[in-house]
Design a protein around this ligand. Sequence first.
Ligand SMILES: [Zn+2]
Length: 81
Amino acid sequence: MPPNTCAQCGGNLERQTITHRQQWGEELYEFENVPALVCRQCGEVWLEAEVGQLIDKIIQQHPQPKKYHQVPVFSLAEFTL
Ligand SMILES: [Zn+2]
């Protein structure tokens, strides 16, 4: 049974389809069309256990991705506020 309230703030969770980014070591993976529970109050995203397991499985099996896009990475340590 998925939770229907946010463990962070107690707000209502709403079922949404999101784009989820998962850091795995040095790599960043992006998943589209991920069913998730999103808090209406604080925006916290909750993935159900099965969805998280599927994402882990996909990363480990490393099938050919649907597409690639490059992500520019900046270190804030190199800039002054
Ligand atoms: Zn919340």
